[in-house]
Structures are given as structure tokens and as C-alpha cells.
Design a protein around this ligand. Structure first.
Ligand SMILES: C[S@@+](CC[C@H](N)C(=O)[O-])C[C@H]1O[C@@H](n2cnc3c(N)ncnc32)[C@H](O)[C@@H]1O
Length: 236
């Protein structure tokens, strides 16, 4: 499996506005306070938990795990380079909040079952799991033709994944988190060149080059759209 390396590297997903807006959303789901112990599964560069820790000064440092150790991971958190299932099987720690943001599509249905069962067992009393994934219907991510067809295929798979999650969690709530993106076409082209999203990982260089020209011809200088995620929240 090819690995995602540039998801949160200088993109709107690592911007202060995005993280502030995401934090405000989390606040509507859970009471953030210094006593919370947080685990971020597939944390990338740990931008989110690092920001939360700066803001709330948690007594226990948040833990982030990722299968990749990126170069500039935030320093004020505890990071483990590990597969999520392996980590959950081996840790003795319990958490109040487990974040699984835009990661679940990397796992098979069987792996999702075991990931969720393990995560539920690693929750403190009243602990919570928040799972975020791309909105599957009418998604607005700017795409070129082949990218769109690959994204639609992957979103179709996400719909099956959502069913598996809902069956497993049984008692859950579902909401949307939306963020208005406004970035230059130049910056978005850089993100595409860096294969920022899973549906670009297996594309040939030739397809990518053609796609970039398509993007440049569709959008002038600026790209505006709404990035929407589904959020499934589960409380123990
Ligand atoms: C789309 S990025 C999301 C990063 C971060 N959660 C965010 O929203 O900014 C997906 C992340 O999941 C990680 N990942 C993929 N498979 C994983 C696994 N089996 N165990 C742990 N992390 C994994 C990738 O390395 C990548 O950093």
C-alpha cells in the first residue's frame, strides 16, 4: 500500500483557521478540559492534538499514533510510529477521547471491526470516539476527470465502511463538520503534485500532469469550495 505523506503539509488542513474551526466543532461534541486524555489515531503531523494541548494544557500529554513518522511532527505531544490496531492491542492506557480523523478508509471492514472493538475497550467511563470521514454524497473536493472517478469509487467504499461503523457502534450520533476553503489555484496544484489525497496515490505521472492542466483550465486564480466531513460520535 502506498502511504500518504503530504496530507497535512502546508495545506488548508494544517492552517490555523481550519484547526480553530475544527476545535470549535469538537467543543460541540465533548467538554474539552485539562483532565482529558486524548488519543489521535492516524494523527499525521499531530497539528490538531498539538493545538488542543497548547490551548487546554492537558494534565496527560495527548498521544498521537501514525504508521508514518513525518519529518515535522509537533513536539508537544507523545508520538508513536505504529499501526493503529497494533498500538491499541498493546497499550494499557485508557483515554477520554479517541479521534479517528480521515483514516478509517485505510482499513478493511474486518480491520475496522477490530479497531472499533479495541478502541471501545480503551475508553474511560464516559469516554468518546469521534470518527471523521469525507462526506460521501455531493462532495465538493475540486477534481479533474480521472481524480473524480477515483474519488467517487472511494466514496462508494466509504458508504460501506459507514455501515460497518454504524453496525458496530450501534448507539451513535452523526453530524457534519464543514470548512470553507479559499486557496490559490497555484497552491492547490502544489497539493495535487504532492498527491495530498488517497485517490491520487496510484495515479501515473502522466495522468497527474494532464489533470493539473485540467484544474488550471477550470479554475482561474482562486479555488473556493466547502470541505465537509461526516462525524460519527460514540459515547461509552
Ligand atoms: C488523511 S491523513 C489524516 C491525518 C490527520 N488525522 C488529519 O486529519 O489531519 C491519514 C493518516 O492516517 C495514517 N494511517 C494510515 N493507515 C494507518 C494505520 N494502519 N495505522 C495508523 N495510521 C495510519 C496515514 O499515515 C496518514 O497520516
Amino acid at each position: 500500500m502506498k502511504l500518504l505523506k503530504n496530507w497535512d503539509n502546508k495545506t488548508w488542513l494544517s492552517s490555523e483557521e481550519y484547526i480553530l474551526s475544527f476545535t470549535s466543532f469538537i467543543k460541540t461534541k465533548t467538554k474539552l478540559n485539562k483532565n482529558l486524555k486524548i488519543l489521535d489515531i492516524g494523527c499525521g503531523r499531530a497539528n490538531i492534538i498539538s493545538f488542543l494541548h497548547k490551548k487546554f494544557q492537558f494534565i496527560s500529554k495527548p498521544v498521537g499514533i501514525d504508521i508514518i513518522k513525518s519529518k515535522n511532527i509537533k513536539k508537544n505531544i507523545i508520538f508513536y510510529k505504529s499501526d493503529a490496531i497494533k498500538y491499541l492491542k498493546n497499550t494499557n492506557e485508557l483515554f477520554d477521547l479517541i479521534l479517528v480523523k480521515q483514516v478509517i478508509h485505510f482499513f478493511s471492514k474486518k480491520q475496522i471491526e477490530s479497531l472499533l472493538n479495541l478502541a471501545k475497550n480503551k475508553l474511560n467511563k464516559d469516554g468518546q470516539i469521534l470518527i471523521f470521514s469525507l462526506k460521501t454524497k455531493n462532495n465538493k473536493i475540486p477534481c479533474f476527470k480521472i481524480m473524480k472517478s477515483k474519488l467517487l469509487k472511494s466514496l462508494k467504499k466509504d458508504e460501506d465502511i459507514l455501515k460497518v461503523i454504524k453496525n458496530n457502534l450501534k448507539d451513535y450520533k452523526i453530524n457534519n463538520f464543514s470548512f470553507k476553503v479559499d486557496l490559490s489555484t497555484y497552491k492547490y496544484v502544489q497539493m495535487i503534485k504532492n498527491r495530498y489525497i488517497s485517490c491520487l496515490l496510484n495515479m501515473s505521472d502522466k495522468e497527474l500532469k494532464k489533470g493539473i492542466n485540467e484544474i488550471k483550465s477550470i479554475y482561474k486564480d482562486q479555488i473556493k469550495f466547502t470541505d465537509t466531513l461526516n462525524c460519527i460520535s460514540f459515547k461509552k
